[in-house]
Design a protein around this ligand. Structure first.
Ligand code: SF4
Ligand code: SF4
Length: 215
């Protein structure tokens, strides 16, 4: 059975947030279409700055703010609490993880002179400027590689980052996401909706609205 490993791509890293707000500006690389093939995922992550949410985090924000998910979440498909979508007669499995919506000026929908949902902010915000790159080997083992975003001006300042805390956040985020994906894939497989040569894609959340394209 494949295993999951968590590692950090650095020995020691200093970090102190200067509250510049850069991480609350969400970048979407225009050169990517609706779907991101897994072999280009690393490039996509390096060029984008999107805040991914788990369904539990969407639910907590909905409960506390009274907003509907469509008001603060971007997905490629209409948000219905599910991540896995099947297209092209079962030949494409599309993982459509929700990301935080942004305003016209690219700032987060919850950014007004700072974060207006600070106690509720998702784990991806708590982690920033640290982020995760996933690597899978031929045996299917998955490594969650914690690296950092060099555009953050707080890197290199302050105290040495607490690796144990970062790993705990990454593990919690991974568990919440993988549990829902695994159960959705299982249900779709039982219904016979996944083709035997199906390829996996990740979505470019919010892209469909801009391009007007149809899957
Ligand atoms: S980009 Fe870095 S320094 Fe600026 S607000 Fe985000 S975490 Fe803090
Ligand atoms: S939720 Fe808060 S911390 Fe996270 S991107 Fe939005 S404004 Fe910034």
């Amino acid at each position: 059975m494949p295993s999951v490993f968590i590692k950090t791509a650095f020995l020691k890293a200093r970090f102190k947030c200067s509250r510049c707000g850069t991480c609350c500006h969400h970048k979407r690389p225009e050169e990517f279409g609706d779907l991101v093939p897994l072999e280009r995922l690393k490039e996509f992550w390096q060029k984008s700055n999107l805040i991914y949410l788990t369904h539990q985090e969407v639910e907590a924000i909905r409960r506390e703010t009274g907003l509907e998910p469509a008001q603060f979440v971007d997905t490629l498909f209409e948000y219905d609490g599910k991540t896995v979508h099947i297209d092209d007669a079962g030949e494409r499995i599309i993982l459509d993880f929700p990301v935080m919506k942004s305003k016209e000026d690219t700032t987060c929908i919850f950014f007004r002179d700072g974060c207006t949902i600070y106690p509720l902010r998702p784990k991806a915000c708590r982690l920033f400027p640290f982020r995760v790159e996933e690597e899978t080997n031929d045996q299917g083992d998955l490594t969650l590689n914690i690296c950092y975003n060099e555009s953050c001006p707080g890197m290199g300042m302050g105290k040495i980052a607490d690796k144990a805390l970062l790993q705990r956040l990454v593990l919690d985020q991974f568990k919440e996401r993988s549990e829902s994906v695994a159960s959705e894939v299982r249900a779709l497989a039982e219904e016979g909706r996944i083709g035997k040569n199906a390829r996996i894609y990740r979505s470019h959340p919010g892209r469909r609205e801009k391009s007007g394209s149809m899957l």
